[in-house]
Every structure is written in structure tokens, then in C-alpha cells.
Design a protein around this ligand. Structure first.
Ligand SMILES: *Cc1c(COP(=O)(O)O)cnc(C)c1O
Length: 221
């Protein structure tokens, strides 16, 4: 199990978790979260065949990604961090998927930006699954209204996303997110990070967002 690069080890662990869950490994997208990582580290992962990356800041992605994108047109870039409405246009131009749609004002800004760019960017609705007051994400009770607003605005909703509370067992939160997605007829589940992606896969994750286990530590997050 300890053979090969961190990337190949993560792929093996995804395949093993999928097998236990009787799922196809191909149905799970590894989003390699490259925030704070230098272009060289990203390039090394691209060379090893990684095709989906995640960044959490629009500004940082705008600085690092244009040359990488140009050299690798088949690479997809996902936004996994909070998005300010005034950066919606830039985000729509830069990213292929947004995992942090969490409020009506942002939805309105994204709809306007997608219209202006002539580009539909699929979005995950980020839920504040642990109902933590300090944390971003849509309140669970606000989900139906946000989904109906998205339908009216023609924003493609890929599924639901969460970051469970720190320091406690994440499985119940993943299971709850899966149930909410199912109740709302949504297929995508963006859940699971370096410390818990195998648990997330057991509970139905379609997108796991893995940073430190792939790239090593970060000086800032
Ligand atoms: C940084 C980040 C990740 C990756 O976290 P690791 O623990 O480094 O794997 C995943 N999701 C979001 C929203 C993040 O900000």
C-alpha cells in the first residue's frame, strides 16, 4: 500500500474504499486541492495524470492557473472555497465547477455572470451541515428555497457539498448530506477531505476534495 507517489496511493485508497462500498472507483472524482501549492507541484500531478484540481481563492487561482490551463486544456478547475458575490464574474470565467454556492445573493450574482459569459458552470450547494454559527454554508432549512431559486435562474446544480464540524466523527454528517441530496433528487455529493475521504466514499461521495494527503502540508490555508 505504500508503493508509489502520494497520488497513486490516494488513487489506491479510493479504489479500495469503492470496492468495500460496492461502487465503481470511476464514479468518484478526486479533486486535488492545490491551494497554496506552487505551480511545480501542480504540474507534477498533471504529469501523473491528475485532471481535476481545486483552489479556494479566486485571486490565487487567477495568478497560478492561466498558463497551466493553456498547456493542459483537458484539466478541470474547481472552486472549493467561499466566494464573494463581487468575484462571481471572475469565478465563472476561471472555474469549471463551484462547490460553494450557499446564499441567494451569490446565486443572483452567479446567474448574472453566467449570462454575461455565456457559460454555464455547475454548482454544488454548500450546506452548513453541523449548523455551526461561525461557518459558511446554506442553513438546512433554507435549502429548498435556494434550490428553487437556482432552477428559476437556470443554474445547473451538481449536488450538495459540506465540510463537517472539526474534531468529531464525520460519518453522521456525510450520511445526512446524502439523505438531503436524495430527498432533493440531486446526484452529486462533494464530501470527504484528507482525513476522512474513505468514510465519505462509503456514504456515497461522488467528489472527494483532497489537499494535504496529496501535496503535503501548507503554510497557510
Ligand atoms: C483545503 C480544503 C480541502 C482540502 O483539505 P485537506 O484536509 O488538505 O485535504 C477540502 N475542501 C475545502 C473546502 C478546503 O478548503
Amino acid at each position: 500500500m505504500n508503493e508509489g507517489t502520494p497520488l497513486s496511493q490516494i488513487r489506491q485508497r479510493i479504489a479500495a474504499a469503492a470496492k468495500v462500498a460496492r461502487r465503481e472507483a470511476d464514479d468518484i472524482t478526486l479533486v486535488a486541492v492545490s491551494k497554496t501549492q506552487p505551480v511545480e507541484a501542480i504540474h507534477a500531478a498533471v504529469v501523473q495524470g491528475q485532471r481535476v484540481f481545486g483552489e479556494n481563492r479566486v485571486q490565487e487561482a487567477a495568478a497560478k492557473w492561466p498558463p497551466l490551463r493553456e498547456a493542459n486544456p483537458d484539466v478541470a478547475l474547481h472552486l472549493v472555497g467561499q466566494l464573494q458575490s463581487n468575484k462571481a464574474a471572475e469565478a465563472v470565467a476561471l472555474f469549471d465547477c463551484i462547490h460553494s454556492l450557499d446564499r441567494p445573493s451569490l446565486l443572483t450574482a452567479l446567474a448574472r455572470a453566467m449570462d454575461a459569459e455565456g457559460r454555464q458552470v455547475p454548482c454544488f450547494v454548500q450546506l452548513n451541515i453541523g449548523e455551526e454559527p461561525q461557518k459558511g454554508g446554506c442553513a438546512i432549512s433554507d435549502l429548498p428555497a435556494l434550490l428553487s431559486q437556482a432552477r428559476s435562474a437556470d443554474i445547473p446544480i451538481a449536488g450538495l457539498m459540506c465540510v463537517p464540524p472539526e474534531g468529531i466523527e464525520p460519518a453522521p454528517f456525510f450520511a445526512f448530506l446524502a439523505k438531503l441530496a436524495d430527498d432533493n433528487g440531486l446526484a452529486g455529493l462533494s464530501m470527504g477531505m484528507s482525513g476522512d475521504f474513505e468514510t465519505a466514499i462509503m456514504l456515497g461521495a461522488t467528489h472527494v476534495r483532497v489537499g494535504t494527503a496529496l501535496f503535503g502540508g501548507r503554510s497557510t490555508a
